[in-house]
Design a protein around this ligand. Structure first.
Ligand code: IVH
Length: 676
């Protein structure tokens, strides 16, 4: 055949394949009635692509290979979740599960355990997929729970994610949430191919999945064996009575839902189910790292609500961590942000829980002594989920005669200051806070981080570099970095644009909110949540400082702040050097703003102080407290002239009397219910 003839044949074949693949795409994605299997489809697709590579001039404008390849290049926009994507609390044994059930009963003020749905905790990457009028419109990653990344193009390539919802009961809009994952066999095959091609070999299937979901090239995503299991609803136009009903609906709309779902009654059934699933784990064919328990009744879920970022109505029961043995080569001590001295084991690298581990924590001196861990020992190392790996114990039969006991240092390895052990605590501390280079370095990393000043372009790497060059010595110096702009520009890796970005981010950060500023102080156990409580109570920074110093009770009176945290807070304001450092930060232009509570409208309880006494019949104390807080009120534990209302439940006692003495308005439980 002559050249023209060959081209002609090829062109015909390309035309035919283009038409066919487009037709199957539409059958699969839009009409949901595929005529051929995935592998038959893959064959056609690959044949077309190979021909196009050989004869690029014959490639059709409407070629399906274009669609996923060149035409669309991913940029992941940040998008706010309409309903936040929460995380789950963990539990590890029967007692923890019992506690979870008890908490629920206490909160709901009932002695009946509600029905619990148990379903496998799939070890992948979570995703929220939005459908409007039954059509897939957007897919977001979890991100930080509030804001995710738009990965719609990538998610559309997952073959078991419907582009159009099936069946009759299709809501106007709905977000289907679930886990993207790889089947065990698919993951192994992927790694084999990667190894053959000389590409990246993934440590575990979750890493492979995470890397794929955020791939910039959808063509690569389409080739990777991703799958999706649906397990929850986000924003939705329709409500359902139970979680089980939600699962059934998602299944009817065309999603895969795990088969191993059980609706259970009570602790015994829950523990039996746990044992059975733990044994079955390796036979499932998909990766799981525990079981999720959810209250089945949606009304009860709503009442139970959330604490911080996790629902009260759900929890993850984690499988025990994997343990392996390796050799402990040496022990180093590290100094943390608040001065805690932690011994760290340097290990012969070993794979555990899917990643290579060469450092593991030894917690503190007692931990090492109690287990008689010596340098040179063969030790058990454990890694659970994303938790820092730890040395668990020594393999005694493998102890060598030259294994060496570890002498805990008497001085801080960073600044040489004597270290102290606080009464009743296991950790040694370097108390040379403001003058200890290691602590200042950690403090700077903390200060620039997301939850605190959130400074773009500054992270551990840049901080180490600026420290080394002498541009900064303490965290106050971050706010005068502008003075070193020229010097920074002269460093490798810094361009005009990136330096401008850092500088403007620092300028912007100076008008910091009060909770962030308090969190920045680096007080032990005072993160952004406790800092928000303090900001709510004291309003502005000077007031906070003054009242915290005046009387520790001003701190301990706050719900959620105990004596230990209160003492930590006071100590920051009691030492000259830390006061000086705070003053330097303020002098460098940082202006903590006066705290403004989020608007709560003009509800009955807005701005009031309420005391609850006696037993409420309809709900537990915590639920009542939360309701009042949501409506802008504050619940206090003692009645005073400043109290606005006392809610009197069954068998109310001395507080009710006091309310009458002070002339405080008393509400019955019925009245209270009306107002909420
Ligand atoms: S429910 C409020 N169900 O676990 C309910 N999550 O630590 C939140 N996960 O980010 C999620 N399998 O990625 C739920 N059957 C399951 C799950 C599951 C895996 C993941 C999910 C979430 C994380 C929470």
């Amino acid at each position: 055949m002559d050249l023209f003839g060959a081209d002609n044949e090829v062109e015909k074949r390309i035309l035919k394949l283009t038409e066919e693949v487009n037709r199957h795409n539409s059958l699969y994605h839009t009409e949901d009635s595929p005529e051929i299997s995935d592998s038959e489809y893959d064959k056609l697709f690959h044949e077309l692509r190979e021909l196009e590579e050989k004869y690029p001039h014959l490639k059709q404008a409407n070629s399906p290979t274009q669609k996923v390849g060149g035409a669309i290049k991913n940029v992941f926009k940040s998008v706010e979740h309409k309903v936040p994507m929460l995380s789950l609390g963990n539990c590890f044994n029967e007692e923890d599960v019992q506690d979870f059930l008890d908490r629920i009963k206490r909160f709901l003020n009932t002695d009946k355990t509600p029905k619990i749905v148990a379903e496998p905790k799939i070890d992948g990457v979570s995703c929220s997929i939005r459908y409007e009028n039954g059509k897939l419109t957007q897919a977001l990653t979890r991100g930080d729970g509030k804001v995710g990344e738009d990965v719609t193009n990538n998610i559309k390539t997952i073959r078991n994610v419907p582009h159009v919802l099936q069946g009759k009961n299709i809501p106007d809009f709905v977000e289907v949430r679930g886990e993207i994952y790889m089947q065990d066999g698919d993951f192994e095959a992927l790694n084999n191919t990667q190894a053959e091609k000389g590409g990246k070999v993934f440590a575990n299937s979750r890493n492979a999945t995470a890397g794929t979901v955020r791939q910039l090239n959808p063509e690569i995503v389409a080739e990777r064996p991703l799958k999706f299991f649906a397990y929850a609803l986000g924003d939705k136009s329709q409500t359902y009575a139970s979680h089980k009903e939600e699962l059934n609906n998602m299944n009817a709309w065309g999603f895969h839902v795990v088969e191993e779902v059980a609706v259970l009654d009570g602790l015994n059934a829950i523990m039996e189910n746990y044992k059975a699933l733990h044994e079955k784990r390796v036979k499932l064919g998909y990766p799981i790292d525990g079981i999720v328990y959810k209250v089945n009744d949606i009304e009860l879920q709503k009442r139970l609500g959330f604490v911080a970022r996790a629902p009260r109505w759900a929890i993850a029961h984690k499988f025990p961590a994997e343990q392996v043995t390796t050799v402990l080569k040496s022990i180093e001590v590290q100094v943390g942000r608040t001065g805690n001295i932690t011994p760290v084991a340097k290990l012969e690298p070993v794979a555990v829980g899917g990643v290579i581990v060469s450092n593991a924590t030894l917690h503190n001196e007692d931990y090492i002594k109690e287990r008689d861990i010596r340098i040179g020992d063969t030790v058990f190392v454990e890694r659970a989920g994303d938790v820092i790996p730890k040395v668990v114990s020594v393999v005694e039969s493998k102890r060598l005669s030259d294994a060496v006991k570890f002498d805990f240092p008497k001085q801080c390895p960073s600044c040489g200051h004597d270290i102290v052990r606080v009464d009743g605590e296991a950790a040694y501390k370097c108390i040379n806070h403001t003058a200890c280079p290691a602590q200042q370095r950690e403090q700077m990393v903390h200060v620039v981080s997301k939850n605190v000043f959130d400074i773009d372009g500054l992270g551990p790497k840049q901080i180490d570099l600026f420290l080394e060059k002498g541009f900064i010595q303490d965290w106050a110096d971050i706010f005068t970095l502008e003075n070193y702009k020229e010097e920074i520009l002269a460093l490798k890796g810094f361009k005009e644009k990136s330096v401008d970005n850092i500088m403007s981010s620092i300028e912007k950060a100076k008008n910091v909110t009060l909770p962030r500023f308090i969190a920045a102080l680096g007080v032990d156990m005072v993160g952004i949540q406790v800092a928000t409580l303090l900001a709510e109570r004291f309003g502005d920074f000077e007031n906070f400082k003054q009242l915290a110093l005046d009387d520790i009770q001003n701190l301990t009176d706050i719900d959620g702040i105990g004596l230990v945290i209160a003492e930590n807070i006071q100590s920051v304001f009691m030492y000259d050097d830390s006061l000086k450092l705070i003053q330097k930060v303020l002098d460098n232009g940082v202006k903590p703003q006066i705290y403004q509570a989020p608007a709560v409208g003009d509800s009955f309880f807005a701005g009031t102080t309420v005391v609850i006494t006696g037993t409420l019949m309809s709900m537990g104390r915590s639920e009542a407290k939360e309701k009042i807080a949501q409506l802008g009120g504050k619940v206090s534990s003692s009645v005073s002239a400043k109290t606005d209302f006392v809610i009197a439940g069954e068998a109310a006692g001395s507080k009710l009397k006091k309310a009458q003495e002070f002339g405080v308005k008393v509400l019955t439980e019925e009245e209270f219910l009306k107002f909420i």
